[in-house]
Design a protein around this ligand. Structure first.
Ligand code: 2AM
Ligand code: CA
Ligand code: CA
Ligand code: CA
Length: 284
């Protein structure tokens, strides 16, 4: 049915197949959620669809690669240290899949069509495959280490805006677990007058895919986890962009405060975020 479902058992093919199947199922469940559960806060939602999609993805991966490890958002206890602890636990695994079955659960629950499935594969800690699927628009974003990034077979390239003032940025506001709201608000207030505009779509993975596709100049967000960013990080790099933490340090799976851009505006964004954080902390 879907043209990008390939039959070979390559890592990328399995990731695409899992994202596609889970994504179709997620879309079919729109508007059907019966039980809305919360994790760490009223705004931290989880549904049977998040769990069902993760279990589908796990089964598909294990069918092909039974000796690989899988780190999925719904397979770990929630909390600010969840992803760091899981990465610690899986540190010795040669192949580690990192899965966010539904990135943008709040959107999914409300029927706002901006959510995605994010699947990455790390080999000895290095991300080698990243797939992000948007079932609402049927867009499959695929990145392979050293081989570029593609949306439905078309090579992706980051945008060419040279300055922050020409930039369309995105950001996100996860629940205020770690007291990050003042920093978020400061970032928004500080950056808004310096850029063309700022969007907040509610799926960090899809925002990263959009940076890779040149639809956003850049994206930043505080307090993310490995499953939100692993696939998108490879995608941004393979499209000619740059991803670091918000202070400009190299990205790793443990990075929680993310800045991703087309490269050209990266140092300007990082500098602005540093200045913004200073004002946010003063006002906190
Ligand atoms: P999710 O939908 O998979 O939970 C929106 O700002 C982004 O933050 C989404 O990628 C969302 O992923 C993530 N997010 C939502 N709640 C969060 C929480 N409590 N802690 C960290 N990230 C969260
Ligand atoms: Ca979640
Ligand atoms: Ca997520
Ligand atoms: Ca999720």
């Amino acid at each position: 049915k879907t043209p990008y479902v390939v039959t070979s058992k390559s890592y990328t093919a399995v990731a695409i197949n899992a994202a596609s199947k889970a994504g179709e199922w997620i879309k079919s469940r729109l508007g059907t959620v019966k039980q809305l559960n919360t994790k760490s806060a009223v705004s931290d939602l989880v549904t049977e669809v998040d769990k069902g999609a993760e279990s589908m993805i796990r089964k598909l991966i294990f069918t092909h690669f039974p000796d690989h490890a899988i780190l999925g958002e719904e397979g770990v206890a929630p909390g600010p240290e969840a992803s760091a602890q899981a990465l610690e636990k899986y540190a010795e695994e040669e192949y580690l899949w990192i899965v966010d079955p539904v990135d943008g659960t709040t959107n999914f629950v409300h029927g706002f069509p901006f959510f995605s499935v994010s699947i990455a594969l790390a080999h000895k800690g290095e991300i080698i495959v990243g797939v992000i699927y948007d079932p609402s628009r049927d867009e499959m974003f695929v990145a392979e280490k050293g081989k570029g990034a593609y949306v439905h077979g078309k090579r992706m390239q980051v945008s060419d805006e040279a300055k922050l003032e020409e930039s369309l940025l995105a950001t996100g506001f996860p629940v205020d677990l770690a007291g990050t709201l003042p920093v978020n608000m400061a970032g928004l207030a500080y950056l808004a007058p310096k850029v063309r505009n700022i969007r907040s779509g509610g799926s960090a993975a899809l925002h990263l895919a959009y940076v890779a596709a040149g639809r956003l100049t850049g994206f930043w967000e505080i307090g993310l986890n490995a499953w939100d960013t692993a696939a998108g990080a490879l995608m941004v790099m393979e499209s000619g962009g740059q991803i670091t933490d918000t202070a400009g340090n190299p990205y790793s799976l443990r990075t929680r405060h993310i800045a991703a851009t087309n490269g050209a505006v990266h140092s300007e964004l990082v500098q602005a975020l540093k200045e913004a954080a200073a004002t946010g902390l003063e006002n906190a």
